[in-house]
Design a binder for this molecule. Structure first.
Ligand SMILES: [Zn+2]
Length: 764
């Protein structure tokens, strides 16, 4: 009794000194037009760490621009002291190879629920980065019995911003224009140095340092059982999406994942409804099929992952939504009204960052509550899933990545990637890599190695097939052009500890040339993620590249050998505006320095550049712009196709290549390529002042087109050209209808991009 009293007396004044984020930062956190930037957030978490025995801040790594990424570990004082032991148990349960039932039972009793919450990966979805500080402060200071019970059972890993560089860009831009008519408007560039919004499309390929840093913490260090990623969506729909997810689902994910997702989500919705928060929806928009997002990847690795999406304000400025502006129009809510998955629609009115923070906070507390209530179930279920994954295959059932490859460095990169994902990878003395399937991540390995067959789900007989949220495929051997086979693994191989990726050699053939080409991309004020990925690809492989604005292009393109038009709709390239039928024509005005598109003078400058000897390279949709603006013997055969007659959300297709052209040099005669835009070329014989080469064609038979994913209307691609090169004046044009460097994933077709660049400085 005396000791207890002493603890209380000692603890109380200590806790009383822990400042709230508003006190510490001298900012009214959560108030209209107030934002803490990333440095302030990090500073606050460091202060919490110093003041509270319940909080410890860990460094995850560095961002692209060199910022420190942090994660707060929040739990009871005792759990923080026992951090190493808790991690050890979580790791043992995540890989229960050789774990006896008796041992497992002891760990279920002793172990803690490890719960990861990531905020603000999409930087304009900023409320969660502010909420995280308030939530951490509440957990560090509350002395009620219920909070203490939760913290005794749960270790919370809280990442206040998964994209610190972007958080800084958004707060800087917001502050700069606060109080002007541009307040709360969109950023005129990507909110991640390379990949913008696609930073949440990187979670199996791990191209960016932020992705790799969190992935290490999740799969190598902490092995959480629950993972919640907090986002925001548009302003004119439901107030908050909380799982259950929408169809389709990947039937290869263990069903206990969905049972836990639904249980956690239902508890969040219950607590929000009890707090009179309206506008909650489930079974909406976001599906259970796609693997690329933060928490999604975990589904195949036995981790229960949830996505939260709250309606947005204008960054930290409030919005007023008229009731008639509220709309559905998406899978799970066609018309804006009460439905079983949306029983209490929000009625319209003011919506502010404070509202978003309040919704997020209630949901986040409900997560911790449930994790504390079901701590033992969560640990038990994880082991059930991991054991089922191990039992999936016989001990020698494995994938072999042979040493004998057309492109060994890329094969090695695939082995590196799997090892980085904490997959058990082994190597034989002849250099072959082996990936056994009897391991906890067998579902993930299968998902990565095998072609996707899209689950064609209909909600009523005779109705449409539900479309996927994102792309329909991710098969690594096809995307990367690596030969992988399923075969019995030799005995006695041990796990590799490190694989050094040898990626720089992949595109080395260009180094034989006398000089490197000088390369520019078009960097529009309507930022294109494909432009960012292009810069990422070229810089990663040692080619420097300059992004040119519309204004710079209009002045005349000099000093460059090649210019790349990234995948963007032709109207956006030409005018900066979308021209689709019936669409809202209103667009917010940007500040004068960030306005404009290529327009007439930009198109003229591009023609002059090519006429004078430059090489113009277009990806995906941008090909249509070139077809419109240049007199080329090419048309898009899918240009007028009705949306229901041809559907391809993003699939891997088979291409036949000619191999006697500089752009296809060194390529195999057949490859997989990633196609999403409705683009397939027809060409015609040009006049004698021009040469044109069909570089790649789709197969004759429509059954041969699709390699992985889902295409409705594949017969429309047969015998069409997928890539075309031509001379034009003194210069050259190369059109890639597919996406040769899509999201930094399509290694199989990377060489085409580099070859096209080398072609710009070599003969015709
Ligand atoms: Zn988002």
């Amino acid at each position: 009794m005396k000791r207890l009293l002493l603890v209380v007396v000692l603890a109380f004044p200590l806790f009383a000194q822990i400042p709230s984020p508003s006190q510490h930062l001298k900012l009214d956190i959560g108030k209209d037009r107030v934002l803490a930037d990333y440095k302030q957030i990090r500073e606050y978490f460091r202060a919490l760490d110093a003041a509270s025995p319940r909080v410890e801040v860990e460094t995850l790594g560095k961002t692209v621009l060199g910022e420190e990424m942090i994660m707060a570990v929040i739990s009871s004082e005792e759990n923080i002291r026992n951090k190493a032991r808790i991690k050890e148990i979580a790791k043992r349960l995540a890989d229960p190879h050789g774990l006896s039932d008796a041992e497992a039972e002891r760990f279920y009793r002793e172990g803690k629920a490890v719960v990861l919450v990531t905020c603000n990966i999409h930087s304009s979805e900023i409320a969660s980065s502010q909420m995280a500080m308030e939530w951490a402060h509440a957990l560090a200071t509350a002395n009620d019995a219920e909070t203490k019970r939760r913290l005794d059972n749960v270790v919370l890993l809280l990442v206040p911003s998964l994209n610190p560089d972007g958080q800084t860009m958004i707060t800087d831009y917001y502050r700069k224009y606060a109080g002007t008519k541009y307040e709360g408007g969109r950023l005129p560039w990507l909110y991640h140095h390379y990949v913008g919004h696609d930073n949440n499309r990187d979670w199996y390929m791990l191209t960016q340092p932020e992705t790799r840093a969190l992935s290490r913490a999740v799969y190598h260090e902490w092995n959480p059982q629950l993972f919640v990623d907090e986002h925001q969506m548009g302003s004119e729909g439901p107030r908050m999406f909380i799982p259950p997810f929408a169809d389709p689902l990947d039937p290869d994910v263990h069903p206990l994942i969905w049972r836990e997702v639904n249980m956690v989500g239902s508890n969040m919705a219950l607590r929000l409804e009890q707090a009179n928060k309206s506008g909650l929806i489930y079974g909406y928009s976001f599906d259970a099929y796609w693997i690329g997002g933060t928490r999604n990847t975990g589904w195949w690795k036995n981790i229960t992952g949830l996505l939260l999406e709250t309606a947005s304000a204008r960054i930290a400025s409030p919005v007023y939504i008229e009731p008639n502006e509220l709309r559905g129009g998406t899978k799970g809510l066609v018309d804006y009204k009460a439905t079983i998955n949306h029983p209490n629609p929000w009625k319209g009115g003011w919506w502010r960052m404070r509202d978003i923070m309040d919704y997020e906070r209630i949901a986040s507390d409900a997560l911790i509550e449930l994790a504390a209530n079901y701590r033992e179930d969560l640990l038990r279920n994880l082991v059930t899933r991991a054991r089922a994954a191990i039992a999936y295959a016989a001990p020698r059932d494995a994938y072999r990545i042979p040493r004998d490859q057309r492109d060994y460095p890329t094969a090695q990169h695939l082995a590196w990637l799997m090892n980085e994902r904490n997959v058990d990878v082994r190597q034989a003395s002849n250099g072959d890599y082996w990936i056994p399937l009897a391991q906890p991540y067998s579902r993930f390995i299968l998902e990565m190695m095998e072609p996707q067959r899209y689950p064609e789900v209909k909600l009523q007989p005779g109705r449409d097939i539900l479309r996927p949220y994102d792309v329909a495929t991710w098969t690594l051997p096809l995307q990367m052009g690596v030969k992988v086979e399923r075969a019995p693994m030799p005995e006695g191989l041990t796990r590799v500890t490190e694989i050094k990726p040898a990626t720089k050699e992949v595109i080395a053939r260009g180094e034989k040339l006398a000089r490197k080409p000088k390369v520019a991309t078009y960097k529009a004020w309507q930022p294109s993620m494909d432009e960012g990925w292009t810069r990422w690809l070229l810089e990663t492989y040692g080619v420097s590249v300059k992004g040119l604005s519309a204004q710079e292009i209009q002045k005349g393109i000099t000093g460059f050998d090649a210019l790349i038009l990234p995948d963007m709709p032709k109207d956006i390239l030409a005018t900066g505006k979308r021209r689709s039928e019936g669409a809202m024509k209103y667009e917010e005005e940007m500040p004068p320095e960030y306005r404009g598109a290529l327009d007439k003078s930009g198109a003229e400058a591009l023609r002059k550049f090519v006429d004078g000897g430059g090489t113009l390279i277009a990806f995906g949709d941008a090909c249509e712009y070139v077809i419109d603006e240049f007199n080329v013997p090419v048309r898009n055969a899918l240009g007028g196709v009705k949306p229901d007659d041809y559907v391809n959300p993003g699939s891997l297709v088979r291409l036949h290549l000619r191999t006697d052209h500089p752009v296809t040099a060194g390529m195999p005669s057949e490859t997989a390529a990633f196609l999403d835009s409705p683009i397939a070329f027809e060409t015609t014989a040009p006049a004698s002042d021009m040469q044109r080469w069909v570089l790649a064609t789709y197969p004759e038979d429509d059954q041969d087109v699709l390699l992985s994913g889902w295409i409705h209307g594949a017969e429309r691609l047969t015998r069409k050209a997928a890539a075309v090169a031509m001379t034009y004046g003194k210069g050259k044009i190369v059109l890639f209808g597919f996406r040769p460097q899509h999201r930094g994933q399509t290694h199989a077709t990377f060489p085409l991009v580099f070859n096209a660049l080398w072609w710009s400085v070599s003969g015709p």
